[in-house]
Structures are given as structure tokens and as C-alpha cells.
Design a protein around this ligand. Structure first.
Ligand code: FEO
Length: 172
């Protein structure tokens, strides 16, 4: 049975993951209308992954005798000044998600909830990968700058960068 404090903290994380999914969906749309199909697909995939992260929490809470609460979400940014700006936002957002997960892990230790602590280790590992991927992409796009040819190649090659991340897609 989940302690109320843990249930509330996990429910807050549901909102964080759901908002992440919406943020990346909005980025996918912007990339798609700007004609960068590779980037758009990458963002659609990221959005789907975040939804999986959310669902994993939903199921865990409900299975442990809690009640997963689905709440209203903040509207994401729908336009961006540049692709660099967009990927900077993705990177910064993943750092925030990691902080949120770390905070959650901290609460489970305070509450001596080792089952939830164990469950969250998957998220800890996932955040290491997501942060690394966001940093790699950000470094590349910053190198390209405003070079149109570079952006064309980046759009074509970004699928390769997703191989690592899709390998970590939750399988339940
Ligand atoms: Fe679910 Fe990208 O953190």
C-alpha cells in the first residue's frame, strides 16, 4: 500500500511526464510544418516515450492500492525561434525531469518505501540516457548553427541518434 505522501509525489510525476509528452508533440508539429521530417519523427517518438513513462507510473500507482490522477496540463510552447532554441529547450526540460525523479527517489528513502524506490530505478537509468542524448543532439545542432546544408544532413541523420533511445523504450 502506498503512503499518501508517495502517492501524491508519484501523481505529480504523472503530470511531469504527460507535460513532457505534450511539449515534444508540439515540437514535432513545429518541425513538421518547417519541413524537417527527420526531426519531426524524432520528436513524435520522444512524445510517445514520455507517454509510456506516464503510463508506467499510472499502472504502478493503481496496482499498489493508490489512485493515479490524470490532471490538466500546461499548454506547451508551439513555436520556436530556431531549431537550436528548440533543442536547448528539450535539453533543459530533461534536466528538470531528472531533478523531479531525484526528488521522488529522495522521498521514497525518507518514507522507507523500498518497493517504490526500486521501481524508480528504471527512471533514474532512463534519465541518464535521455540527458546524454539531449546533450549529444544539442552539441550537434549548435555546431551546425544556421548552415542550411548542415541542417539538411542533421535532419537525415537524427534517426541514427534515436537508436539508443528506442532501445530503452519500456517493454511493459
Ligand atoms: Fe520521461 Fe524524458 O523524461
Amino acid at each position: 500500500m502506498l503512503a499518501k505522501k508517495i502517492e501524491t509525489a508519484l501523481n505529480n510525476q504523472i503530470t511531469v511526464e504527460a507535460e513532457s509528452s505534450q511539449i515534444y508533440l508540439a515540437m514535432a508539429c513545429w518541425a513538421e510544418v518547417k519541413g524537417l521530417e527527420g526531426v519531426a519523427q524524432f520528436m513524435y517518438d520522444q512524445s510517445n516515450e514520455e507517454r509510456e513513462h506516464m503510463l508506467k507510473l499510472v499502472k504502478f500507482i493503481n496496482e499498489r492500492g493508490g489512485h493515479a490522477k490524470i490532471s490538466a496540463l500546461k499548454a506547451p510552447n508551439v513555436t520556436f525561434g530556431s531549431f537550436q532554441e528548440m533543442f536547448q529547450m528539450l535539453h533543459d526540460h530533461e534536466i528538470l525531469v531528472s531533478e523531479s525523479i531525484n526528488n521522488l527517489v529522495h522521498i521514497t528513502l525518507e518514507e522507507k518505501d523500498y518497493a517504490t524506490h526500486n521501481f524508480l530505478q528504471w527512471y533514474v537509468a532512463e534519465q541518464i540516457e535521455e540527458e546524454a542524448m539531449a546533450r549529444t543532439i544539442l552539441d550537434k545542432i549548435n555546431l551546425i548553427g544556421d548552415d542550411k546544408g548542415g541542417l539538411y544532413l542533421f535532419d537525415r541523420d537524427i534517426q541514427q541518434l534515436t537508436v539508443t533511445s528506442s532501445a530503452s523504450t519500456p517493454d511493459e
